[in-house]
Design a protein around this ligand. Structure first.
Ligand code: SAH
Length: 353
């Protein structure tokens, strides 16, 4: 039985499921979920990410985190956390770039929050020269100052979708047309958590709400405010989301999100306003395009330095990677960076209050 067969059988007996329920099953079902059964990254996989495009991405993030640690008095012990570390490439680049920052590695206790067993193995291999531990959720992180990074993590968390109907909402669900999964709408009802969206939506508009993101950010924000530290959150999205942003990717091409669940990546755009508001009592920075953030951290100088040792073919790839990460028509503007930091401290370098 495929996961699609399981879901059809379940819906036939118990009724429609929410988009969040569908995403959670499709991505993380213990034996048939997308992330539970594969390493999806890279040319042979379904999608690629900034750290897989160039080492410069992780190096500059490492320098921003390490400078922020220095700015807050270089605490002798802290937790260096990555949420959803993929192949471990970003953390490896962070650690290489910070190796000569006196005291940083000695003070860091590295914890990776990862749900996928195949990716945990891959991370263990990439980071085998470091002492690493894994956690299932942020609530398991040791107490203390925390410097954290999350790239393309929040876009994988399950969202619920609601369509406005007058001053109330209908939840977008997945039911059946014959034996095929299909979208539908629940009966109308109030949704107190969406009251603020009555101000900026009209009848028929669709909004998304990601409860797990807010819970994770609330935990991170509380720790940063209590013990010190900072977070860098990088993702595809905007200050507030409007409309259906659910998308599926297979083999680097968009596909139908309801086709063969568990065999394609599912994501939605991140609503950074919801993250920023959930971070209280930590402060949040201005939402900054990835290209601007990387330019402020000196990506062009770093690119020139790396280019001096390159031959023509690798130089072409290197120039293309720099453009892809920073150019407004590529990832430079689509991806945004949000920082969290203690109200009493400076924001991490590359970002503004
Ligand atoms: N940050 C990496 C990988 C992004 S893909 C990069 O930039 O290359 C999303 C990552 O989040 C994967 O490692 C996936 O297994 C992990 N993930 C998805 N949902 C998760 C969850 N609920 N809890 C923990 N990890 C999760």
């Amino acid at each position: 039985m495929t996961l699609g067969d399981d879901l059809v059988a379940r819906i036939a007996t118990s009724g429609p499921i929410t988009i969040a329920d569908y995403m959670a099953q499709a991505l993380l079902h213990p034996t048939k979920g997308y992330y539970s059964t594969r390493d999806p990254l890279g040319a042979q996989g379904d999608f690629t990410t900034a750290p897989e495009i160039s080492q410069m991405f992780g190096e500059l993030i490492g320098l921003s985190l390490a400078q922020s640690w220095l700015d807050q008095g270089a605490p002798a012990s802290f937790v260096l956390v990555e949420l959803g570390p993929g192949r471990g490439t970003l953390m490896a680049d962070i650690l290489r770039a910070t190796a000569r920052m006196p005291g940083f590695h000695d003070a860091a206790r590295i914890v990776l929050v990862e749900a996928s067993a195949p990716l945990r193995s891959r991370q263990a291999e990439t980071l085998k020269t470091f002492d690493i531990t894994w956690a299932d959720t942020v609530s398991e992180l040791p107490k203390g100052p925390i410097w954290l990074v999350a790239n393309e993590f929040f876009d994988a968390l399950p969202v619920r979708q609601f369509q406005r109907d007058g001053d109330a909402w209908r939840e977008r669900c997945i039911g059946l047309t014959g034996e095929t999964l299909s979208f539908g709408l629940s009966p109308i009802g109030p949704q107190p958590a969406l009251d603020h969206r009555l101000d900026d939506t009209r009848d028929g508009d669709l909004v998304e709400w990601c409860a797990p993101s807010s819970a994770i950010i609330a935990e991170v924000g509380t720790r940063i405010a209590a013990y010190g530290g900072a977070a860098l959150i990088i993702d595809y999205g905007d200050w507030r989301s409007l409309g259906d942003t659910l998308q599926a990717m297979r083999g680097h091409a968009a596909t139908d999100p309801l086709d063969a669940p568990g065999t394609a990546d599912l994501t939605t755009h991140v609503d950074f306003e919801a993250l920023a508001l959930a971070a209280a009592p930590a402060a949040y920075t201005r939402l900054t395009p990835q290209g601007v953030f990387l330019e402020r951290l000196g990506i062009t100088d770093r690119a020139r330095t790396l280019a001096t040792d390159m031959s023509s073919q690798s130089l072409d790839a290197h120039i293309a990677a720099h453009r892809r990460l920073t150019h407004p028509e590529e990832m430079g503007n689509l991806f945004k960076v949000l920082g969290l930091y203690p109200i009493t401290a400076a924001p991490p370098p590359g970002l503004e209050p």
